[in-house]
Design a protein around this ligand. Structure first.
Ligand SMILES: Cc1ncc(COP(=O)(O)O)c(C=O)c1O
Length: 351
């Protein structure tokens, strides 16, 4: 295998203690859709956008995005994980908000281009960090009447990140949010739309003020579990069932999709269905899953003042640990990927 690891001088960062936050890199890539087609895209060193004050993204929330990671393998290659699923989900999000999304080939090309342009920021294998890729699609045409934009801008930026939760793979406490709902059943809960996150900030702030890591949302009937503000939810039973909500108002997590496949192959019975809140008592472990944190084991869930405790010693349980390890080993190229989920990014010439 051809390694170019030794040819790339990494940006001088403390990769082992990176936060999950924005860090300036060398370049972002910007494409514009106008008059029915996408342009060829430009590379920009600029961190700001020249934006029309009447852009639909600003006034009417035409803003959707994606989040994926690029991992360095032990031999110095860089790989994406299920990138086509992110492209498809951006297309779904765009459709929900009457926007025009880049076709899958353009999405993949844009991500590879952005990674290549910032290859010196790909965190070294073994540091626990990764290069986070944030594709963003916004309506940049000017409208004062409420109507879809006539112009869209697709930007891919990247930033090296450490684990989402400061403690890394360590348990967090959840609280069930029983006033606010994250999304309506036939609304835009399945879209990765900026507005969903703005609407959820109140619940997250409230949860943190009360000493919890995050809020867990129920559906509008207050009977079934939906998801967290930025992650899906799953529970594991003693008899090895992996149970995760199938709701019309949650984001279809690519991590959860992958865990369902891995769990099935590891001997779990996978149930993707409505999950009643009373079932929380039947789980031996529960977890939150998403690209940022992979799996965050849940220490306890509090609902109406009652705390259901899953982990008593503050350590992740054996089920979450096994699933987490299997997934990160594939993502980081430590074990072969029998599913065809990873894709190498060609890093090009010596810098
Ligand atoms: C609301 C929400 N649910 C679930 C997820 C997990 O999705 P994925 O596994 O594709 O990252 C995310 C984002 O990461 C999210 O923002």
């Amino acid at each position: 295998m051809n390694s170019i690891k030794s040819q790339i001088t990494k940006a001088p960062l403390d990769y082992s203690s990176l936060p999950f936050g924005y860090q300036k890199t060398d370049m972002n890539i910007r494409y514009v859709w106008r008059d029915g087609s996408w342009d060829k895209g430009t590379e920009s060193t600029e961190e700001h956008l020249p934006l029309h004050i009447a852009a639909t993204a600003l006034h009417y929330g035409q803003a959707v995005f994606e989040g994926l990671k690029v991992y360095e393998t032990p031999d110095g290659r860089a790989q994406t994980f299920r990138i086509e699923e992110n492209a498809k989900r951006l297309q779904h999000s765009a459709e929900m908000l009457s926007m025009v999304a880049p076709p899958t080939e353009l999405f993949v090309e844009a991500v590879h281009r952005a990674v290549r342009a910032n290859r010196r920021f790909i965190p070294p294998h073994g540091t626990g960090a990764a290069l986070y890729v944030r594709p963003l699609l916004i309506g940049t045409g000017a409208n004062i009447g409420v109507a879809p934009s006539s112009e869209f801008t697709f930007i891919v930026m990247v930033t090296p990140v450490g684990p989402y939760f400061k403690q890394g793979f360590s348990p967090t406490k959840l609280v069930i949010e029983d006033e606010l709902e994250r999304a309506a059943p036939h609304g835009v809960g399945t879209a990765k739309a900026g507005g969903n996150y703005a609407a959820g900030m109140r619940a997250t702030v409230k949860a943190r003020q009360n000493g919890f890591g995050e809020a867990l949302y129920l559906d509008t009937t207050k009977q079934y579990i939906d998801e967290l503000g930025a992650a899906n939810f799953f529970g594991i039973t003693e008899d090895k069932r992996y149970i995760t909500p199938n709701s019309p108002s949650v984001l279809r997590s690519i991590t959860n999709m992958s865990l369902r496949t891995l769990a099935a192959d590891m001997g779990y019975t996978v149930e993707h269905r409505q999950v009643h809140v009373d079932e929380l008592h039947t789980f031996v472990e529960t977890g939150a899953c998403g690209t940022a944190a992979v799996i965050t084991p849940v220490e306890s869930i509090t609902w109406k003042g009652e705390e259901i405790i899953y982990l008593r010693d503050g350590k992740p349980g054996p089920h979450c640990t096994a699933l987490y390890q299997r997934l990160v080993d594939i993502q980081n190229g430590v074990v072969p990927d029998p599913y065809g989920w990873t894709q190498e990014v060609s890093l090009g010439q010596k810098l």
